[in-house]
Design a protein around this ligand. Structure first.
Ligand SMILES: Cc1cc2nc3c(=O)[nH]c(=O)nc-3n(C[C@H](O)[C@H](O)[C@H](O)COP(=O)(O)O)c2cc1C
Length: 208
């Protein structure tokens, strides 16, 4: 099968591309409106952009030609938290993607417990084993698109102590939800399966 995105219906392109680069981490992004109302929504077009400084990127698409609450709040108040989603929180995370009006607090509406952040006003998700407190450094319009790339600097990283072994995140214990596909019938997610460990490659021309 070949798909030319410029000649294909949006829904087909979306369903296909959503699984071309997968799994992507599913995260819950928590923000606060100018009036101080909490907001929470899942995102998966999310990645680490840089380490020094520690930058994360989130691509936020338009909704019915308008701006999603998360993007509006990040533009208005600059602060957000990025919370990883363990599989047991998957249903609540999907529920938080519904088209709630800006006055609705998705923490309360979706039964997701919040815990206070230390460096920013938006709360973290209590059940997330890893959470990042972030401040917006830029919101970049993506060329030819109505989507925006939010770039944030990580101010504080929270890792559940139960996940830490020898000062590092124990990946055998950390089981972040992965987004494999979106389609008309819903979402397909992955959990972490077999973990492969590999030595780094030898220097070019060197002996193994
Ligand atoms: C698993 C999952 C991943 C999602 N990823 C994105 C994404 O990367 N970008 C985006 O714009 N919307 C994404 N969405 C849709 C938003 O969660 C949805 O539009 C939500 O209503 C936005 O809420 P807000 O208006 O409170 O910001 C995703 C939804 C789900 C369930």
């Amino acid at each position: 099968m070949q798909i030319d995105p410029s000649r294909t219906a949006y829904g087909v392109v979306f369903q296909t591309l959503s699984c071309c680069l997968a799994p992507r981490p599913v995260v819950l992004v928590s923000t606060m409106s100018r009036a101080g109302l909490p907001n929470l929504a899942p995102f998966s077009m999310v990645t680490l952009l840089s380490v020094a400084p520690p930058l994360v990127g989130i691509s936020i698409l338009p909704r019915h030609g308008g701006v999603k609450d998360t993007l509006r709040n990040i533009i208005d108040t600059a602060e957000f938290t990025v919370n990883t989603v363990p599989p047991r929180l998957a249903e609540e995370a999907v529920r938080a993607s519904a088209d709630f009006s800006p006055e609705v607090d998705e923490f309360a509406a979706c039964g997701i417990r919040a815990r206070p952040s230390e460096r920013v006003r938006p709360a973290c998700v209590s059940a997330s084993p890893v959470a990042l407190e972030c401040r917006r450094v830029d919101v970049l319009p993506l060329p030819g698109s109505e989507a925006s790339l939010v770039v944030g600097v990580v101010l504080l990283v929270h890792v559940d102590d139960a996940l830490v072994r020898d000062g590092a995140v124990n990946v055998e214990e950390f089981c972040p939800l992965g987004h494999l596909q979106s389609g008309p019938s819903g979402y397909v997610f992955s959990t972490v399966g077999r973990i492969l460990r590999m030595a780094p490659p030898p220097p070019p021309g060197g002996e193994r």
